[in-house]
Design a protein. Structure first.
Length: 371
């Protein structure tokens, strides 16, 4: 904890805050505005928790993007998982996903009806269960960005090597760089800069972001999750803007290396290939997902069970899609804090521990003081 405490030091935070305030004033004096999107759910939660928006001047706006893998999962995926459970398969999932609404039910509601749905903290739990009972089909719900893909594929790799054939994955993997391309070319958003995700960058490194700076002229900073990391990242973006420089700065180099985690990347490339992926609120984006290669189709749940993941139906009153796209904030949704709360979520952005609505509800509602 002593190591982490350094990144939460109030005196150091005050110094960076003063620097940000000065840079914001200079930006305002120059008649300029800056729209910064963070694309990481942990950043979103920390920004709300530590009141970081209050540090910025009126000309600088932080926009929360689709940085929560649970939130961008479509209702059709939940429908497909429930349908697999109805066939008698045991569905294993990370906990946050259980309360994400499908078209009709959540996984938690399906479990209450007696279907085989369980939570686990690691994909290896699914491997162990499948190895113990080889007569039952076990399906792991493989969602997440590049960070989560590695451990899930390591599970598949081990199942292959150990001859475990009753285990498969229902994939909804997402790749971050392609969605950033889609967002930066969205004329409604007009993003000036990106606060880039830390753990994803630890896997893919710095290079995939270069196109954002070189082709689109967007300032980028890879930042960690602690309050000083985020403040320092925002400070770096402001410095780039005022000096008319555009580049990718890696300010999380204590974890993120320029080439990323090459061992994890090789394993991912061995088992997976880029595919079209459906993002809640954004739609289908080419090459923004991963699917198992043909030679590993035995571990692919849709192929094994001869099924297609449906589109599903979203609650028409929920504005999670607009929040994920960055065109709305949670208070813009008429359900926020009323019909939709953590105890009774209507949309996934209120479900997930990294969801923007959950962050706003916990830390940014009127009368709630940031920590």
């Amino acid at each position: 904890m002593r190591y982490i405490d350094k990144f939460r030091d109030p005196k150091a935070a005050a110094q960076i805050r003063d620097s940000i305030s000065l840079l914001c004033r200079q930006l305002e004096e120059g008649g300029r505005t800056l729209r910064i999107m963070e694309v990481c759910g942990s950043h979103t939660m920390a920004i709300s928790r530590y009141g970081i928006r209050s540090v910025l001047g009126p000309t600088v706006r932080l926009i929360s993007g689709p940085g929560c893998p649970v939130c961008v999962t479509t209702p059709g995926y939940i429908d497909a998982a429930i349908e697999l459970a109805r066939t008698g398969a045991l569905i294993l999932s990370f906990g946050d996903l259980l309360n994400v609404p499908g078209s009709m039910l959540t996984l938690a509601q399906a479990r209450s009806q007696g279907l085989g749905v369980e939570t686990c903290y690691s994909p290896l739990t699914a491997l162990e269960i499948a190895a113990r009972d080889r007569k039952r089909q076990v399906v792991f719900l493989g969602i997440g960005f590049e960070t989560t893909v590695g451990p899930v594929i390591a599970m598949v790799d081990r199942a292959h090597r150990e001859g475990i054939r009753n285990l498969s994955v229902l994939t909804a993997f997402k790749r971050v760089p392609p969605v950033l391309h889609a967002l930066v070319t969205d004329p409604e958003l007009k993003i000036d800069a990106f606060l880039l995700p830390a753990h994803v960058s630890a896997i893919i490194g710095e290079k995939p972001y270069q196109v954002l700076a070189e082709r689109y002229g967007k300032s980028c900073v890879i930042a960690g999750f602690e309050p000083l990391d985020i403040l320092y990242g925002i400070n770096g973006i402001l410095q780039q803007a005022l000096s008319n420089q555009v580049r990718v700065d890696n300010q999380y180099n204590r974890v993120v290396k320029p080439a990323g985690n090459q061992r994890a990347s090789r394993l991912i490339e061995m088992y997976l290939q880029p595919s079209v992926a459906d993002w809640r609120g954004i739609g289908q984006i080419p090459f923004s997902g991963y699917e198992l290669r043909e030679q590993w189709s035995a571990f692919d749940a849709p192929r094994r069970f001869d099924m297609v993941v449906p589109e599903g139906h979203v609650n028409p009153g929920c504005r999670c899609g607009d929040v994920l796209r960055g065109v709305s904030t949670p208070p813009d949704c008429p359900l926020f804090g009323k019909a939709c709360m953590p105890s009774q979520p209507v949309g996934p952005c209120m479900v997930s521990s990294e969801g923007t609505c959950a962050a706003y509800y916990r830390y940014e509602r009127p009368g709630v003081k940031p920590e």
